[in-house]
Design a protein around this ligand. Structure first.
Ligand code: CU
Length: 379
């Protein structure tokens, strides 16, 4: 499952806010033969989750200021498929939800309001080997998950987002359990099933290849940006209980902070010590070779969902631990935070020339547009 959206430097963030986001769904005989729910809009439902903030005239708020280059866009309204708190009338049976976090920056911790299980069957680039049953599913910007939920009981429930770890993501109304969509499974009986086994993935070599690339995030204005948010009382929101006066001050930093000039923006963030520019020298990568890459960050401790073009990779480790089962399949986006490190096993099957290089960038779109992107060739 892939997210298509505009990718024009340095306007991706703004264009995604103003434009469309959609899914490419890729299937084959193997996925079609598993008996999964597959009636589009009946028991196979896309959920594109985004956040927005609206100006008094109803237009989209967007401002590239210090708060934006630090923590990305922070909306105050959750949208699913472009609607606020919609209702999906579905089949009564197993439901397949194709989830895309199409937000500029925000993460969601998804759960069912009645605590029913979420069975993850696929991640960014394909199906997992086995379903992974979870009560909560954390989805960062740019990530996709395919999940099944058992709605054979015909009981309606909400998909909600719970407060996430990062304090800035917990600004009201995201500081409490926030309903995103109602699932009303009172239609005709469903036909799909949850299989025990899904697909076979290539095994991970016991001895991974030597490290060939490190990608370190840099935030050059983090102290300044976080300083402004801290001064407004960000720490006081840590327990998730909204204090209206603190929320108001934080909103002022996010909304009223002056727009940065293009020069200020374009150097706010970086990868390996350099901020992206269209004429940045690409690094080169060997084609059709299994590689080990390391993704980490400087002292900023901010969340960065790091995305790499031209590949689907496997996560070898996150903070030196094996990845959770639902993150062990095909991925193209992996999140680091709190000074964390991820190591991945990656292969690039296609060539990319200097004229048309691939990108790797943070999927917080305001980070991407302010320098946290690098380009590379494959040959
Ligand atoms: Cu980032």
């Amino acid at each position: 499952m892939l997210w298509f959206h505009p990718h024009i430097y340095p306007a991706t963030a703004e264009l995604v806010i103003k434009g469309l986001a959609g899914l490419f769904i890729v299937s084959d005989e193997e996925s079609d033969g598993l008996g999964l729910p597959s009636r589009w809009g009946v028991d196979d439902i896309p959920l594109i989750i985004q956040d927005r903030r609206f100006k008094p005239d109803g237009s989209f708020f967007h401002r590239f200021n210090l708060a934006a280059v630090t923590v990305g866009y922070v909306g105050d309204t959750a949208l699913v498929n472009g609607s606020t708190y919609p209702i999906a009338k579905t089949a009564q049976g197993w439901l397949r939800l194709r989830i895309l976090n199409g937000s500029n920056g925000r993460s969601y911790r998804l759960a069912a309001s009645d605590n029913r299980s979420i069975h993850v069957i696929g991640s960014d680039g394909g199906l997992l080997e086995h379903p992974v049953s979870m009560k909560e599913l954390l989805v960062h910007a740019g990530e996709r998950f395919e999940v099944l939920v058992d709605a054979r009981d015909g009981q309606s429930f909400d998909l909600v987002t719970l407060p996430v770890d990062q304090p800035i993501m917990r600004l009201p109304p995201f500081d409490t359990s926030l309903p995103l969509i109602t699932i009303d499974p009172t239609g005709a009986e469903g036909a799909g099933l949850l299989p025990d086994a899904l697909v076979t993935l290539p095994s991970i070599p016991t001895t991974p290849p030597p490290l060939s690339q490190s990608l370190t995030r840099n935030m050059n204005r983090d102290d300044e940006g976080m300083g402004a948010l801290m001064k407004a009382g960000l720490k006081k929101l840590k327990d998730g209980s909204a204090d209206a006066s603190v929320a108001k001050k934080l909103t002022e930093v996010i909304v009223d902070g002056p727009t940065l000039s293009q020069a200020e923006r374009s150097t706010a963030n970086g990868v390996n010590g350099s901020s992206f520019a269209l004429d940045s020298k690409p690094f080169s990568v060997k084609q059709n070779t299994l590689l080990r890459w390391r993704i980490d960050e400087n002292s900023d401790a901010m969340l960065h969902p790091v995305h790499i073009h031209g590949c689907q990779f496997r996560v070898l480790s996150m903070d030196d631990n094996p990845p959770s089962a639902h993150l062990a399949g095909w991925k193209d986006t992996v999140a680091i935070s709190k000074g964390g490190v991820a190591e991945i096993l990656v292969n690039f099957p296609h060539a990319a020339e200097v004229r048309t290089p691939y990108m790797t960038h943070c999927h917080i779109l305001e980070h991407e547009d302010s320098g946290m992107m690098a380009q590379f060739t494959v040959s």
